[in-house]
Design a protein around this ligand. Structure first.
Ligand code: AMP
Ligand code: MG
Length: 415
């Protein structure tokens, strides 16, 4: 029986980062960039207006005020997406919209509010050929977004190793990219085992239960960023299990649930030992002690416990970090907070215990309320939880008021 740290270290040591693929930028959400992305051009490509107003020569507005307006002749207009065919000569202005390139000759944009268009002067009109009064001086460069102020041509905009979030998708699009190089998502095969299991949608006969695990696990894989493939249910006999495991040869990781404890029909680890290689099969945690890890025909295989809570907790502790590593992530661990416990629990046999809890902030500190009975078959208490509160191996009992570490299940990983 090994520690949780030892188990995770052995697993991470034996899974590899996936190869590089090119995917459409939107599909890359949550994946890790496999190469530096450089800008082939400046963003924005041209100096452009940051405000709706008039493109002017700043020198023409020197000393302008409401009592002393400067009159400029309007010689044209330019909208976003267009280029002005006029250059701004002394004493003239071009009406300009936000985002439109600043016409040659102009070096500033006076916003409407500082002209007679926003501050109605008798006799002023905003039509070409008419004149406009400027009532506030503007410095050169005022309200102009400079070419390249966001991104300089040739610069590295996104580094290899960056996790693609919505902002990165936007940056890639602003560079005109259609796709990008990322580490491939691992394809994760999921197999439930047990003679008692029935596929949801089928009638339930006495003695049977529905297969919950392959669904919760597939959802966990998807949430982690992997591609889950449910292989269905294997019966508790060698022939069926072997056949189903053999059909999993094209995947990057294999998750099975149940069949790893010491009961009469717990044959997953037997097959793992016979057909592959078994690294360990017990970990000093609760829930989730029977947990097998090894390789079958070169594919890493995690044999998760059968109890629905145990299988989910073991996934969180071991499969999720492994999948994240395969995706090229370097932050593999859920965030932990210190929380004040509401409730009590025992730890009789020196394992590390993970208690389902709802962690909330109250009066500036985190409080962890246990979500109910902690039996490893009680999946609804997992559904009520947003955290796992940890009882260290050496603590025999925890109670209300104790400060414990809580692993936050709905928060992303952090380095
Ligand atoms: P086992 O490891 O096969 O002894 O299973 C432990 C417990 O988990 C038993 O009560 C099983 O019925 C239950 N169990 C195993 N697989 C599943 C599953 N896929 N969905 C729900 N419960 C399961
Ligand atoms: Mg079983």
């Amino acid at each position: 029986v090994i520690s949780a740290e030892e188990a995770l270290a052995r697993i991470l040591d034996r899974v590899e980062r996936m190869p590089v693929v090119h995917v459409p930028i939107l599909e890359a959400l949550g994946q890790v960039l496999a190469e530096d992305v450089r800008a082939a051009f400046d963003v924005p490509p041209l100096d452009n207006a940051a405000m709706d107003g008039y493109a002017v020569r700043a020198a023409d507005t020197a000393g302008a005020s409401e009592g002393n307006p400067r009159w400029l002749r309007v010689i044209g207009g330019v909208a976003a997406g267009a280029l002005s065919d006029r250059s701004v000569e002394p004493g003239t202005a071009v009406r300009i919209m936000t985002g439109a390139p600043v016409p040659p000759g102009a070096d500033a944009v006076v916003q409407f509010e500082h002209t007679s268009e926003g501050w109605e002067l008798p006799g002023a009109a905003a039509t070409p050929g008419a004149s406009i009064a400027v009532v506030r001086a503007i410095a050169a460069g005022g309200n102009v977004r400079k070419a390249g102020e966001d991104i300089r041509q040739g610069s590295v905009v996104l580094k290899q190793g960056t996790v693609i979030r919505p902002a990165e998708v936007g940056v890639l699009a602003s560079l005109g990219k259609v796709d990008c190089a990322v580490y491939r998502r691992p394809r994760v095969a999921i197999l439930s085992t047990g003679d008692e299991l029935t596929e949801p949608g089928q009638p339930l006969t006495p003695g049977h239960i529905y297969d919950a695990n392959s669904y919760s696990l597939a959802a966990q894989v998807a949430r982690t960023g992997g591609l889950p493939v449910r292989l269905g249910i294997a019966r508790d006999n060698r022939a069926d299990l072997e056949a189903k495991l053999r059909s999993a040869s094209q995947y990057d990781l294999l998750l099975t649930s149940a069949g790893v404890s010491v009961g009469d029909y717990d044959i997953v680890k037997e097959i793992l030992a016979a057909e592959g290689e078994i690294n360990f099969w017990r970990v000093r945690i609760k829930p989730g002690k029977p947990l097998a890890f090894g390789h079958i025909r070169g594919i890493p295989h995690l044999g998760l416990p059968g109890n629905p809570v145990s299988s989910m907790v073991a996934f969180e502790l071991f499969a999720r970090p492994a999948i994240l590593k395969m995706m090229g992530r370097t932050a593999l661990h859920r965030q932990m907070v210190e929380a004040v416990l509401e409730g009590a629990a025992d730890n009789r046999d020196g394992r590390r215990v993970f208690l389902r809890a709802r962690v909330e902030k109250k009066n500036g500190e985190y409080v962890a309320r246990l979500t109910g009975p902690q039996g490893s078959g009680i999946l609804t208490s997992m559904s009520l939880a947003n955290a796992l509160v940890i009882i260290p191996e050496e603590r025999a009992r925890v109670q209300t008021g104790d400060r414990l570490q809580a692993m936050m299940l709905d928060w992303p990983e952090q380095d």
